[in-house]
Design a protein around this ligand. Structure first.
Ligand code: SAM
Length: 285
C-alpha cells in the first residue's frame, strides 16, 4: 500500500496531528496487517484499520502490536483492530510459502532482502546449519534457491518447529531441511559438530554468546558464518565498524586454531533511533 494513499484517505477522518503520530510503517504478513498505533487514538483506531482494509484488498485482518518483540521465543502481542479475528496466516516470499501464527512465532517480512542475499551466497551441495531457524524463512528459501545438500534448522520454540515442519512439506524440501527442536548450543554439541560449510546466526540477542558453537559446527574449522547483532551508534560512529571490532576481539579471546576474516558487513535494518541490526559475513579457514 502506498503511504501517500493511506495518509490522504485518513485526512477525511483524522487531524493532521493524529495522522503524523501514526507510524505508517505497516507490516503485512500474508493477509494480516500489523500496525503500531499511538495509545491515545481511541475509537479512531478502527478508522485507521478500515482504511487499511479498504486500500489493500488482500488484507483480511488488522492487528495492533501491543508489545515489542520479546522473550526467548522473540514474539510479540497483538490486539484485533478490525477484520477477521485471527493471528495465523500464509505468507509468500521469493516463491516460497510460510504458514505462521504471528502471535506464537517470530516472523518478519522486513528481512526478505537479507534472506535472498544469503540464499544467493550458498553453493550447490553445501551443508548449512541455521542455529535460530524460526519457521524456516532463511532455511527454506536457501533450500529452494540454492540446492544445498542439507540445512539443519534448530529452534527452541516448539511451535516454531511445528510450523517449520509444515512449511518443509508445503515447500517440498523434505530431503533438504532438517528441523531440530532444542537449544542451539546443546544441539550443536550433541549432533552438529564438524559438518557445516556455512552457519547462520539470525538471533542478535544470542549470536555473540553462541559464536564458539557456530565455529565448532564448521567442517575442519573452515567455512562461512553469517553473524547478526544489534548495535547502538551515534552519528559520528559507524555501526558496522563497531560490530566488527567487537567480534574481532571475541574471536581472538576464544583461542581457536583458526584464521578469521570478516569479508563483508552491512546494515540489515534500522531498529530504532540510532539502533541498527548489522550482519557480518565471516570466513574462517
Ligand atoms: C529473531 S528469530 C529469527 C527466526 C528466523 N531465522 C527468521 O528470520 O524468521 C530467532 C529465533 O531463535 C529462537 N531461539 C531463541 N533462543 C534459542 C536458542 N537458545 N536455541 C535455538 N533457538 C533459539 C527463537 O525461538 C526464534 O524463533
Amino acid at each position: 500500500m502506498r503511504k501517500g494513499g493511506f495518509k490522504a484517505y485518513l485526512k477525511n477522518f483524522l487531524s493532521e496531528e493524529e495522522i503524523s503520530s501514526l507510524k505508517t510503517s505497516l507490516e503485512i504478513v500474508g493477509d494480516i496487517a500489523i500496525l503500531k498505533l499511538p495509545s491515545d487514538l481511541g475509537l479512531k483506531e478502527k478508522i485507521v484499520g478500515e482504511a487499511i482494509l479498504k486500500l489493500n484488498k488482500n488484507v483480511k485482518t488488522v492487528l495492533k502490536q501491543t508489545t515489542s518483540v520479546n522473550g526467548e521465543f522473540r514474539i510479540r502481542n497483538f490486539e484485533l483492530v478490525v477484520g477477521e479475528n485471527k493471528t495465523e496466516t500464509v505468507h509468500k516470499e521469493h516463491g516460497c510459502i510460510f504458514k505462521v501464527d504471528v502471535s506464537k512465532v517470530y516472523f518478519s517480512p522486513r528481512l526478505q532482502f537479507e534472506r535472498l542475499r544469503i540464499a544467493k551466497l550458498v553453493n550447490l551441495g553445501e551443508v548449512v546449519v541455521n542455529m535460530f531457524a524460526g519457521v524456516g524463512s532463511f532455511s527454506i528459501i536457501i533450500a529452494k534457491k540454492s540446492k544445498p545438500s542439507k540445512v539443519y534448522s534448530v529452534d527452541i520454540n516448539p511451535l516454531a518447529i511445528q510450523y517449520l515442519k509444515e512449511n518443509i512439506v508445503l515447500n517440498k524440501v523434505e530431503n533438504i531441511v532438517v528441523p531440530i527442536l532444542g537449544d542451539a548450543k546443546e544441539v550443536v554439541n550433541q549432533k552438529l559438530l564438524n559438518l557445516a560449510d556455512r552457519v547462520l546466526m539470525p538471533l542478535p540477542a544470542k549470536a555473540y554468546e553462541y559464536l564458539p558453537e557456530a565455529i565448532k559446527c564448521l567442517k575442519n574449522f573452515s567455512g562461512w558464518i553469517h553473524y547478526y547483532d544489534f548495535t547502538h551508534s551515534s552519528k559520528s560512529e559507524n555501526p558496522q565498524e563497531k560490530v566488527r571490532k567487537k567480534i574481532e576481539e571475541r574471536v581472538k579471546n576464544l583461542n581457536f586454531p583458526i584464521n578469521f576474516s570478516i569479508k563483508n558487513s552491512r546494515i540489515v535494518r534500522s531498529v530504532g533511533p540510532n539502533w541498527y541490526q548489522v550482519v557480518l559475513d565471516i570466513y574462517i579457514g
